[in-house]
Design a protein around this ligand. Structure first.
Ligand code: PEP
Ligand code: MN
Length: 337
């Protein structure tokens, strides 16, 4: 932390500030070269920018280390590998998670699992508890949806990715899922984050639609702090003034998060764009930008999908997407997983 002192700071204000720092057990150094500056080394989180700004005689304060700690990258080599049953994935792979927005019926999820696994896809997604903007929209099949998803995944040797929308659902979701998803609307539901941090399954944390990258990494910190190191971040588009897409895919978040954090970063072009004709170019952009994988909505009959039909691609479009990504992957030293 760098603290710039006011030119007219009194002797007693400076002494009192130094005493507070001594009492907090932190190292500090005073530089007086025209301006007076304190350089402070401290592990005390409460010694924040706000703390210093509220001290008499302080002009300004700047953090020089990030406010998140566990998710921060400490070296270029540091990478988190995610362990899901017999699968381990990390930066040399590009992992695809695909499936419908919501589990709607046994027929739908079995057909999807069969088509995806036939193409080598190992991670099946589908919402059982749906966080819908409107209370009148389809809310998901609940526990029945979880059971159908598990059954379909087991039949085709796939892993399940599904969302928990409240703390009360975490145990039942974790019991049926291999990866627990936290949606954009819950990125700052800190009780829910702590709850998923306490269970053992990997967590796929989506970026809040209004969250900065720093807020996103701080949200991951709530999960990591509880002892769960298996966190996958997912950029799913943010709210901007642009109306031609449902959200705006913040593609620069991918290389920025790679620089700031050791956690894997996925991209969800489906929720980012809201349009199926944008899934292919945005998926290619995600791979080129260094993402670790994708979350793609696939529906066998998008025209009758109960949620997110316009952004869902059919099996043929998924195959086309996969072959395009497979052609690109070797250029980026990645293997499609
Ligand atoms: C979803 O993955 O179906 C979903 C609801 O995503 P988001 O939380 O990003 O809107
Ligand atoms: Mn959806």
């Amino acid at each position: 932390m760098i603290v710039v002192l006011k030119r007219d700071i009194s002797k007693s204000e400076l002494e009192q500030l130094q005493q507070k720092l001594q009492k907090a057990g932190c190292e500090f150094q005073l530089f007086e070269d025209g301006e007076s500056i304190l350089r402070i080394k401290s592990k005390q989180n409460w010694l924040s920018v706000d703390f210093f700004l509220s001290q008499p005689g302080v002009q300004n304060a700047y953090r020089i280390t990030p406010p998140y700690q566990l998710s921060a990258r400490k070296s270029p080599e540091q990478e988190t590998h995610i362990h899901v049953g017999e699968y381990v994935f990390g930066p040399s792979q590009f992992t695809l998670i695909a499936g419908p927005c919501a589990v709607e019926s046994e027929e739908q999820i079995l057909a999807t699992a069969q088509a995806l696994s036939g193409n080598g896809i190992r991670f099946l997604r589908g919402g059982a508890f749906k966080p819908r903007t409107s209370p009148y929209a389809f809310q998901g099949l609940g526990i029945e949806g979880l059971q159908l998803l598990r059954k379909a995944a087991d039949q085709f040797k796939m892993k399940v990715v599904t969302e928990a929308v409240s703390s009360a659902d975490v145990s039942v979701v974790a019991e049926h899922a291999d990866i627990v998803q936290i949606g954009t609307r819950n990125m700052q539901n800190f009780q829910l984050l702590k709850k998923v941090g306490k269970q053992k399954k990997p967590v796929l944390l989506k970026r809040g639609m209004n969250a900065t990258i720093e807020e996103f990494l701080l949200a991951s910190e709530y999960i990591l702090q509880e002892g769960n190191s298996q966190v996958i971040l997912c950029e799913r588009g943010i709210r901007t003034f642009e109306t031609s897409t449902r959200n705006t895919l913040d593609i620069s978040a991918v290389p920025i998060i790679k620089q700031l954090s050791h956690l894997p970063i996925f991209v969800d072009p489906s929720h980012a764009s809201g349009k199926r004709n944008l899934i292919l170019p945005l998926s290619r952009a995600a791979l080129a930008a260094g993402a670790d994988g994708l979350l793609i909505e696939v529906h066998h009959q998008a025209e009758v999908a109960k949620s997110d039909g316009p952004q869902s691609i059919n099996f043929a479009a998924f195959e086309e997407l996969l072959s395009s990504l497979k052609a690109m992957a070797p250029l980026l030293n990645k293997q499609i997983y």
